[in-house]
Design a protein around this ligand. Structure first.
Ligand code: FES
Ligand SMILES: [Fe+2]
Length: 377
């Protein structure tokens, strides 16, 4: 772990995370067992289970999980497994009309996970048995929290409350504690990246590559207009003071968020909330990106774009929504070559984690130090 200690050195002398952290199966499992399990990691989006009764299965850290919206509109996350014989309960996203009913012997659970029915458990047409106490057999709950429509879980169960753990970022963006309106398929983008999830985080945190990788973006939001963001509380990123792209030919704009302070008239921020969520805010839209690791060398990336008001759903904004989504699709697609190139570079045995720019790579170093600290605990 010597080389991990060096990652935590001051940036001028630090090296980055060693190759093993990107390519090695054992290290990948260690990472899952430590920093993913012990943190608040993201598994999905509230908008995917928008209404009461909607449920969506997801596998995370190898564990089958089920995200469910209950009758009160709250999100619950359970292990997606029946307490009887361990059958997977739900295979596909579904809008339930009644309870969560196991397909094997029809034990049924309400949307809060309580076991409600156990048909024939005491013999034909006898639905109870003294040895089966339904109150002892609820679905196995996974600790969860929803923020900015992202569904987070703390699988280990021992992290600080989400609102405490993420307080610095929640406070930083409290002006954006406003509606997040998702308009459907025209605001979703997905990619499969042939790289380790950390490279996607690192690339998102920095503006250094802007002139070289995003020449178009760099025309309206230049490198010199950016600043670094690093704070304790497990996040890092960058901001710009001039985000004002032309979205419509006639100068129309999306409805903006209410009562923003002047910093946000043209400012925008892009922050990675460690480990696996990338967030962006602008005065008229926001996005959340989920990174789902699929082995050390592959990451599924799901981007969801949100607007400030219901009005943004309207037909009159359809073209602008498409323009905005396509603009972001282009920017994120421009990053694929470099994150995948860095992944291939991690097989070069002479590379030792590299050399940081003490000025431009500070957010990346901040993330590396966070990872190294957790891996070496
Ligand atoms: S395994 Fe679910 S009811 Fe039997
Ligand atoms: Fe980029």
């Amino acid at each position: 772990m010597n080389n991990l200690r060096n990652v935590m050195s001051p940036i001028e002398t630090a090296t980055g995370l060693p190759n093993d952290c990107y390519v090695d199966d054992k290290m990948y499992r260690h990472e899952q067992d430590t920093l993913f399990r012990d943190s608040w990691a993201a598994i999905g989006f509230g908008k995917d289970i928008a209404d009461p009764g909607m449920a969506k299965p997801v596998t995370f850290l190898g564990i089958p999980m089920l995200m469910v919206r209950n009758a009160d509109g709250q999100v619950n996350v359970f292990q997606n497994v029946c307490r009887h014989r361990g059958m997977i309960l739900i295979e596909e996203p579904v809008r339930l009309r009644g309870p969560i009913t196991c397909p094997y012997h029809a034990w049924a659970y309400d949307l809060d996970g309580n076991l409600r029915r156990t048909p024939h458990v005491g013999g034909p047409d006898i639905d109870t048995h003294e040895s089966v106490k339904t109150c002892d057999l609820p679905l196995i709950r996974v600790r969860s929290h929803v923020w900015r429509d992202v569904i987070f879980v703390n699988v280990g169960g021992e992290a600080l409350e989400f609102e405490t753990a993420a307080a610095p970022l929640i406070n930083r963006w409290k002006e954006f504690d406003q509606p997040l309106i998702h308009t459907g398929a025209d605001s979703s983008i997905s990619f499969t990246l042939e790289c380790n999830w950390k490279l996607a985080v690192e690339n998102y945190c920095e503006a250094y590559h802007l002139p070289f990788v995003h020449p178009t973006l760099n025309t309206y939001s230049r490198l010199e207009d950016h600043y670094n963001i690093m704070e304790s509380g497990g996040f890092a990123g960058q901001g710009t003071t001039v985000y004002q792209p032309q979205i419509s030919a006639d100068g129309r704009r999306f409805p903006r968020y209410d009562d923003l302070s002047s910093h946000w008239y043209a400012g925008a921020e892009y922050i990675a909330l460690f480990p696996n969520v990338l967030l962006g805010v602008h005065n008229d839209h926001a996005f959340a990106i989920l990174l789902l690791p699929d082995g050390p060398g592959r990451t599924r990336e799901q981007v969801e774009i949100y607007y400030a008001e219901e009005a943004a759903r309207g037909d009159e904004f359809a073209e602008m929504r498409t323009t905005n989504t396509e603009m972001w699709r282009t920017v994120f697609a421009e990053d694929i070559g470099v994150v995948e190139g860095m992944q291939r570079g991690r097989h070069a045995s002479g590379y030792d984690g590299g050399k940081f720019s003490a000025v431009m790579d500070a957010p990346t170093h901040h993330f590396h130090a966070w990872v190294a600290d957790r891996l070496s605990r």
